[in-house]
Ligand binder design. Sequence first.
Ligand code: SME
Length: 162
Amino acid sequence: MAESLSVSGTTKEERYRSLLPQIAALVEGEPDFIANVSNTMSALRYGMDFFWTGVYFVKESELVLGPFQGPPACTRIRKGKGVCGSCWEKKGTILVPDVDAFPGHIACSSASRSEIVVPGFDAAGEVFMVLDVDSDQLNDFDQTDQKYLEEVMRILEKCHRA
Ligand code: SME
């Protein structure tokens, strides 16, 4: 199954609806969490044609880079810093239509113009990871991305707790 990702649809909604069951199938039966996050980042990057997809894991007082697809990125982000650190602090999804207009945005790549960051929660309700998706287009993310990327995080949370 792993190599046969096939995403159909012309609208973003249709593509997510086609992709999500394939992500669920990719992680089904695999107990290794890092393997599952890695495949999920690839499926999102190539299935939705995003510029960059990746996760950061909470490690003590910082976020540390985890599996990703795209250009190399900054490895450590402190709580409250940048979009990712703000997402961790506020425990909620952040949509950034224009990264230059977000105070404290951390530019890992000058090509990134808009982004969305979604938190993942452990069984105690604490943020243990964040998903960061970047676009090289301004204003590329909306409520549809938020809805489906939050669903992706629910899939990964289940893997993490299994
Ligand atoms: N822009 C993010 C940093 C991570 S990179 O975009 C991959 C931020 O401001 O937190």
